[in-house]
Design a protein around this ligand. Sequence first.
Ligand SMILES: [Zn+2]
Ligand SMILES: [Zn+2]
Length: 308
Amino acid sequence: MATPIIIDGTTDRVRKTPRVVLPTNADLFAERAVRFESVAMGNAMAGYLQLMAKVARAQHAALGRRAAAAVPEAATVASRDYGMPPLSAQSHERSANWHADLADIVSDMHAQSSNGVETALAALAALDENSRESLADRVLAGTSLDDEAALVPFIGAALQTYFTRIAATLDIAALENCDVPGICPVCASRPVASVLRIGGEQANLRYLVCSLCATEWNMSRIQCSSCDTDKSVKYLVLQAEGESKAEAATRAETCDECKSYLKIFYQEKDPHLDPTADDLATLALDLLVDEQGYARSGPNLLFHPGTS
Ligand SMILES: [Zn+2]
Ligand SMILES: [Zn+2]
């Protein structure tokens, strides 16, 4: 007798672990704001982390203020048929929404009386549309912006808001073919960090977290997220006083093949961690790893050297 084909959904009980997790949590930025505040306590970068808590709160307000721009049909087809990320950051034609997001974030920061960044906020408010577009292109391309370094976190915050809002609306089934390991299957950006998750379907799996749209995608553990090798991966940690190496909640996953690194956070050590916030709270680890000759493989869009 032929094996019956189960079509009533009962096979759903044997759930596959999700390869891609879209940023559908509407409170993502609000939770990040809380996390920034908590990691600021006692941190050498406290002032900057508190400022970023305000930025994240402004992102949360902007996120809910407008609907996601529609994804062009051609991008959806190219994604489903050829595995092209549907919102590829460097080729996606941004709608006017992101200008509105930036304007909201700037005025919200004024309202939260953000001392120390008045000059940057005034400069942002004075930019014409072309200058804003050109700055956004350079932030997304990772081009060094020394003259405008102080503007980068706000442009990055507006772009995160815009891309996250659209990413949350995507059909996950159409992303099945987007599987270049080290880049986001939604927007083709590099990850800000990776997280070893606890709980739910993601438990005990390592996910890379997009620096731009907050989408997470699964990657096997002990594998370089930049060149895919599993041969020369090592871990560097910053140990707190009296803490063993194994207890450290943050490690830098370094690769001797491509000489790059990315941080990995362990949620079992702290369930409330947020990769973007925790990354900025552990810049001391970046300094240590840079000294050993490794270059960071993914950006944090809320930070540009020289902004703090
Ligand atoms: Zn992304
Ligand atoms: Zn590598």
